[in-house]
Design a protein around this ligand. Structure first.
Ligand code: TXA
Ligand code: MG
Length: 385
């Protein structure tokens, strides 16, 4: 019996591999507006009512796509158990189909429908940080299609705390696969307007729940192996993981560019992400020298006829006489930096600057997630002064 089952599993996977090639082409061919996207505004997020979400839940159950707010960033949702819904997600985002999706659930009972086992580390982290900005990788059950997991035998699962997200998943009655609701490669959306910019006309519905709270995507931890591994830093920090688990390993893809021959554990880490249209340089070092360097480079670039954007903080905003300033937040309160990060990158796209210089942040606590996103946005173009 086991032999027969694994035989079918192989056919399944081979079928997926074959389809993948065609799908990638399709995703890039789909351009322009093709359908009417309904936009539903939630009046009071904390007191969201079922009536406001019933239609969206039905769209999800019927295989359609709904973008919705979570506490991290907006997600583009589809039924995680429906392979055609997963294919539609890849097409709408223009995302390569080997980059797997996160399945979102609303309670612990729903987890056992998706995963073969819940390792001890997974139980502990769920008890400590779910619902919340944490995704865990588990061995998948057969009913989770390879279209959702990008061909992997594991599945990423998250239980969001946002009241709109949580209630929508519960009403839908199915686990909801949801990558960030941006066009592949663009900064993640932290407001409904960002989702409209990227996906209007390509999906069935957008739920506008205002600005999200955290602003960077969830922490991802692989608990499917013998030692838990951090695959993407987020608001559940390394320090918070270690408090619960003791030793946690860190995937090398977090801190540097991934070479072409390495397949990182989170396939998404290999793609250029969050890329603003302008060339971005991240400047790292003692604050006074950073400011001096950015001012000198800004002067030179402007003399060469370029428009320059500067990413500064509340603390340094008075020290840049030239360039277009965007205040990303306050160093005193790093959560404000995470909160504004993607919106600032999108603003510079709108203003069409030629180059961007950004200050850097410490790499501990939430700073690890902030620096991970800024480094990727800059294509790892980092100057140490
Ligand atoms: O905060 C978030 O996680 C948001 C909201 C909407 O929940 N979602 C999100 O999804 O950021 P996305 O698709 O943009 O990022 C998912 C990441 C990718 O880097 C992907 O490679 C990784 O999760 N991932 C998904 N399934 C995986 C698996 N089975 N093994 C390893 N990595 C996986
Ligand atoms: Mg994303």
């Amino acid at each position: 019996m086991r032999l027969v089952l694994s035989f079918f599993r192989k056919i399944d996977k081979a079928g997926f591999e074959g389809k993948r090639a065609g799908l990638a082409g399709m995703a890039y061919k789909r351009k322009g507006r093709e359908m009417e996207t309904r936009i539903v505004k939630i009046k009071d997020k904390a007191a969201v009512r079922d009536e406001e979400l019933l239609e969206a839940a039905e769209v999800l159950r019927n295989g359609g796509l709904v973008a919705f707010p979570t506490e991290t960033v907006y997600g583009l949702g589809g039924n995680a158990l429906d392979e055609r819904a997963a294919e539609k997600i890849y097409a709408a985002k223009g995302r390569p189909s080997d980059n797997p999706l996160i399945a979102h659930i609303s309670c612990m009972e729903e987890l056992s429908g998706l995963v073969r086992e819940i390792p001890e580390a997974g139980k502990k982290l769920a008890a400590a940080y779910w619902p919340g900005p944490l995704t865990m990788i588990f061995p998948k059950k057969e009913n989770v299609p390879y279209e959702t997991t990008g061909g992997l035998d594991t599945v990423a699962v998250r239980m969001p705390s946002d009241p709109v997200a949580s209630r929508l998943i519960r009403l839908a009655g199915v686990p909801v696969a949801a990558p960030s609701a941006n066009t592949s490669g663009r900064p993640s959306p932290t407001r409904a307007e960002h989702v409209i910019e990227d996906l209007n006309g390509k999906i069935d519905m957008i739920i506008d729940g205002g600005q999200v709270g955290i602003g960077v995507e969830s922490t991802i931890v692989d608990v499917s192996g013998p030692v838990p591994v951090l695959l993407r830093p987020g608001a559940v920090t390394m320090e918070m993981l270690e408090t619960v688990l003791g030793h946690v390993e860190v995937d090398p893809a977090i801190s540097g560019p991934v070479s072409k021959d390495v397949r990182p554990k989170a396939p998404g880490m290999k793609y250029r992400h969050y890329a603003p249209k302008a060339d971005m340089t991240l400047v790292e070092g003692e604050m006074e020298r950073v400011i001096q360097y950015i001012n000198e480079e800004t002067r030179k670039a402007r003399q060469a006829g370029k428009t320059v954007g500067i990413i500064c903080t509340e603390e340094s905003r008075g020290q840049y006489p030239e360039g277009i300033l965007e205040v990303i937040g306050s160093r005193e309160h790093e959560e404000t930096v995470a909160h504004n990060l993607f919106a600032v990158l999108r603003d510079f796209d709108r203003r069409e600057v030629d180059c961007i210089f950004s200050e850097s942040f410490s790499r501990d606590q939430l700073g690890q997630a902030i620096m991970n996103r800024l480094c990727k946005a800059a294509g790892y173009h980092i100057i140490k002064v």
